[in-house]
Design a protein around this ligand. Structure first.
Ligand code: NOJ
Length: 535
């Protein structure tokens, strides 16, 4: 076996299949569409793709409502298409990560349908969390779903079932051994089909405690869990320590078993990355102890301000916490659940931050379209499909903006994504964001990503830790520059909106903004830019 496994410092490209490329003109992306674009993916310089769910699903929550985890939804193709995608990816030396959803099934899964039929007290109901109503007819407890509204839905015979997300996503009961057995079967199914790893959805949610107990402040808890709700920092942190359905000790027992399963595939080096929003942050490291999972997402950069104080803190904390369990951090600026980074912090800032992050140790995740510098799509409410929008009755606009399909080519929407009508409209204003257009422009975001990922591979993968440079006041808001060295490279980010001088020696390798000039032996770092120098 290789001394450094493939995933350790990989760049992983997240594909939301419905929005990637439509091969059959029905307006939705599909697996053959992904396969047909693998040369493009490879050309970015990434090591692996992570595919958001493509399993049989009524698609109430973008496929995270899985009706059959061991089959492909006809909207995306079929199992042969999945095999072909994996084979074609492997031919190009790209690994494939599947997205597994163990916290809940769709209400259309055969188990849930059987549970509805079998009635109260049946073994079919024990696979989920079914309970009787209180004597006054109210639900078993007062929890609020992550998407808004009650966490419980009543069925015809009067019992309620628990769903932390949409009512179409009943939570599984992981105390029931049948559930683990079924998931192990699913893991093996996809590994045997060729996948190289898994992204584990809601990895921290599988075990619930005190399911019949009320929370003292359910609305506060629900707001604390929603990043779009402003809340006092201390108050949020205090509430997040009281979540009864996340990060229970029992989840770790599950991942220890799964690790053995992964390791049983030996030099295939099957990996898993946990989606675990946990609090306090040190708890995330438990998921990556040597006998558990390989990586855990670090979500801090999805919300961090473009400010040296904040960014220094996030990077420093993530590296040092992971080091306590001998793991490397992960970095992500965008994903299918959050606003795109270019919209959130600005276009130039997003380029600068990407270049800053690509130099860091650990794995980096790139959400398809991020390399183009795509902003969020501007949508009418009538276009929206996310249950988060519907269940919150409007105040949360949901996540559709980040899921608008990719613009590939041509001058007119839908820019080669589909010959049909795309499932979400692509604005005509995206004309200059197409892959085709950006390939012709050496200053484009696409070229920046490609060049940076190539340099990262050449100089930085395996280069060890970082040393912060410059001001000893890192963490102070006045710091316009944030800078570190790693291996032979010095990375300097200018967060201010004016040119800044710095003493860095070495040859300029790449810069995210305008050119770097020199004056009196000093380098002039352009506003809102990151530059890499080679010693
Ligand atoms: C996290 C996924 O990323 C998100 O898209 C989904 O809605 C929830 N988990 C529920 O599965």
């Amino acid at each position: 076996m290789n001394s450094s496994p493939w995933w350790k410092e990989a760049t992983i490209y997240q594909i939301y299949p419905r929005s990637f490329f439509d091969s059959n003109g029905d307006g939705e992306g599909d697996l053959p569409g992904v396969t047909s674009k693998l040369d493009y993916v490879k050309s970015l310089g990434v090591d692996a793709i992570w595919l958001s769910p493509f399993y049989t699903s009524p698609n109430k929550d973008g496929g995270y409502d899985v009706a059959n985890p061991r089959d492909v939804d006809p909207r995306f193709g079929n199992l042969e298409d999945a095999k072909e995608l994996i084979a074609q990816a492997h031919q190009r030396d790209l690994r494939v990560i599947a997205d597994i959803v163990p916290n809940h099934f769709s209400d259309q899964h055969v188990w849930f349908q059987a549970a509805l039929k079998a009635g109260p007290g049946s073994k079919e109901r024990e696979r989920f969390h079914f309970y009787d109503a209180h004597a006054d007819g109210t639900p078993p407890n007062n929890w609020i779903s992550i998407f808004g509204g009650p966490s419980w839905t009543q069925v015809e015979d009067g019992q309620f079932y628990l769903h932390l997300f949409d009512s179409s996503q009943p939570d599984l009961n992981w105390e029931n051994p049948e559930v683990n057995a079924d998931f192990e079967k699913t893991l093996r199914f996809w590994i045997d089909l060729g996948v190289d790893g898994f992204r584990i959805d809601v990895a921290h949610g599988l075990i619930k405690e005190d399911v019949l107990t009320n929370h003292p402040d359910p609305q506060g808890l629900s707001d604390a869990l929603r990043l779009d709700v402003a809340m006092d920092f201390e108050k949020r942190n205090a509430l997040l320590l009281t979540v009864p359905f996340f990060d229970r000790q029992g989840v770790h027992e599950i991942y220890k078993k799964w690790r053995k399963l992964f390791d049983s595939y030996g030099d295939r080096e099957i990996m898993a990355v946990a989606e675990a929003w946990v609090h306090p942050p040190v708890n995330a490291t438990r998921y990556v102890r040597a006998d558990e999972l390989h990586q855990v997402f670090n979500f801090d950069l999805l919300t961090a301000d473009f400010n040296s104080d904040v960014l220094f803190g996030v990077v420093e904390r993530s590296i040092s916490l992971n080091a306590t369990v001998n793991a490397l951090p992960t970095w992500a600026l965008s994903n299918h659940d959050s606003p795109r980074v270019a919209s959130r912090i600005g276009d130039e800032q997003a380029r600068a931050l990407a270049l800053f992050v690509f130099g860091l140790p650990g794995s980096t995740y790139v959400f398809a379209g991020q390399e183009l510098g795509l902003p969020d799509g501007q949508l009418q409410d009538s276009d929206r499909q996310d249950p988060m929008f519907f269940r919150s009755n409007g105040p949360s606009k949901g996540r559709d903006g980040a899921r608008v399909p990719l613009p590939w080519s041509g001058e007119t929407t839908p820019f080669g994504f589909s010959t049909g009508k795309p499932w979400l409209p692509i604005s005509q204003s995206w004309k200059d964001f197409t892959v085709e257009h950006e390939l012709t422009d050496p200053k484009s975001s696409l070229h920046l990503y490609k060049n940076a990922l190539e340099l990262r591979k050449e100089f930085l993968v395996g280069a060890g830790g970082i040393t912060w440079l410059g001001s000893s006041r890192h963490g102070s808001k006045e710091d316009a520059l944030l800078s570190y060295s790693r291996g032979p490279i010095t990375v300097v980010m200018n967060l201010s909106d004016s040119v800044q001088e710095c003493d860095t020696a070495g040859k300029l390798l790449i810069v995210s903004g305008a050119n770097v000039d020199a004056r009196d032996g000093k380098k002039l770092i352009p506003a809102l830019s990151t530059a890499w120098f080679l010693a």
